[in-house]
Write a protein that binds this ligand. Sequence first.
Ligand SMILES: [Zn+2]
Length: 741
Amino acid sequence: MKKLLLLLCAGVITTGYAQQETFKGKFEQLGQMLPTPNEYRTGSGAPGPNYWQQRADYDIDVTLDDKNQRITGKETITYFNNSPDALTYLWLQLDQNVREQNTNTLKTSTNNMEDSLSAKSAASRFGMTDYDGGFKIQSLTDAAGKKLPYTVNKTMMRVDLEEPLKSGENFSFNVEWYYNINDRMELGGRSGYEYFPEDDNYVYTIAQFFPRMCVYDDYEGWQNKQFLGSGEFTLSFGNYKVNITAPSDHIIASTGTLQNAKDVLTKTEIERFESAKKSFDKPVIIVTQAEAEAKEKTKSTKTSTWSFHAENVRDFAFASSRKFIWDAQAVKVGNKTPLAMSFYPKEGNPLWEQESTKAVKATLETYSKYTIDYPYPVAISVHAASIGMEYPMICFNFGRPNPDGTVSDRTKYGMIGVIIHEVGHNFFPMIINSDERQWTWMDEGLNTFVQYRTEVEQYDNFPSRRGPAANIVDYMKGDKEFIRPIMTNSEQIIQFGANAYAKPATALNILRETIMGPELFDAAFKEYATRWAFKNPKPADFFRTMEDASAVDLDWFWNGWFYTVDNVNVSVDEVKWFKMRTEDVQIENKGKKVKKGDLSASADNSEMMDFSNGPQPFSLVDTEASAYREFQNRVDDKAIMQKFENKNFYEIKFVNKGGLVMPIIVEFTFADGTKTIEKIPAEIWRKNEKEVTKVFYFDKEVTNVVLDPNFETADTDVSDNVFPRKKEVSKFDEFKGKSGK
Ligand SMILES: [Zn+2]
């Protein structure tokens, strides 16, 4: 009994404490939540005076085995330690190991039984496949060929150094490996092969195909968080020399610039390629569909080696097939003329020859405007069923017409959208190189935002999925148990697309259109891109730069949209209409207290609000002499009163039900049918985050008040945004109305 009483008391105390916590401080500065600025990353959001980053150069030779679907490779990595620290070991990422049998990805995936399951999905769900995936490391040696000790921990590999690698030094070592390429259509994956049974050929899209250096930085040390499948790749910049050996009738699309065209292309192909470099208005076909179809049948048994060089990239990928049709054109970006190129099997046509390279060009133009001029020599879109995945200069995109060549709008716009998105990833994160393993929104969210700008600016009436505020409402008002803040590690995110793509993209769109305005937003966004191009930004660097370059305090916005799962739900709770008394106010109302009036028939019932009772009078009285100090000028009471005469005053109470503070946008409709919109910054909420009251005045009489009339703020319940309230149509009436028509 005593124990119980004690427990009860404890309960009361806890509750009491919780109830005291009323002020949430949505406008408090993020100060304590962001990392302390230092010599590497400044308080302004720019790289600091001693900012450093590591560099990793790769010389790679790989062979694509088209008979056994296998990649065999050897590489020399030269790692430059630009950090102030001595390193006793190096970490590499072995992403292919996510496909090992018994991987942690499979072990930690949750699943359940179902009444009926397709054999294919059951096999992949329970890992019952014969596929033997993962890197098979054959050797690891230093520059002299001496074996180096290494330890593989799932998707990570530690290489122990005999001597610490000191600051400013570099270290070269060699790795040999092979792995079996995954059937992408059966096992999924960002890379792999697709088999075409009709002509017995493959399209290979090859990525994460070599052991890659982990990032070591000032913020995290080694970023060696295990790859489980969601958190993508965090990589250092470097220069690549890659030789790819494949069947000699294959066409290879790759990161970088082809070094030996004369060894691997026909004379005609080279001529067409050269003319593509001068074609700015439309693509030139370098390998035609007829030529590709002819190769599908003959199947060369010889091999050729394609040599590619790429400078200052954070990764390398390629695609290879004898099925590839290839087109290219030049794009004018600042003082550069990169090539926009597409590679696709006949199964992609006619859609791909019409839309792919065009979309690549559109992307380079719009993204360059919002960020930096596209710095690489090529940008490539490769047709790959079912996926969209990005690498430097090259990406793999879905969008396949029906077998008869017809295309639904859904396929067409889906394909254009994914090409813009994946080519756009060249900017985020391939150039503005954020930590994808930690923060998905930093590349996906920012990229989806500029994707939306590209769709709006380069296409007529593009059916954009992500960007417009109204499109995020369903997600925002969903059950909060299934929503995570944007600032959540990639592997813990649920509702991945909405969380890391749509919500941050929408937030940025709202920031641009409604909060900052395009001029301030665009300049700040471009500043962020310019500061962090070819560097490794963190969230705080973005948050700080957007404020630093615009003089708009956005801490409340980052706090609400990025750190919480609150939503926007503001209501127009009360509207009161006032007019000044027209009788001789100076005498009659002198000294009288001004009374507030309520327009509603029954003042205590806010459901019944309308304007039918007419305005409530209020009085304006002479300013008392005591209000003035000695020698202070007297105001002209009469002149003020004249200004007030015949004006309509509307006192509106706004209630914040959703939690997110946002600008208040109110549309007033007047008796003569005209409208006006008042925009009030979010700071109106800074002293009371729950409800605010504000008076508006007009010459004309207001008949209608609408909050957020153009659906700019993602308000999750617009039924309480209007005054007078619309009579709610009951579900039954709605049904009756529908069935009657
Ligand atoms: Zn993406």
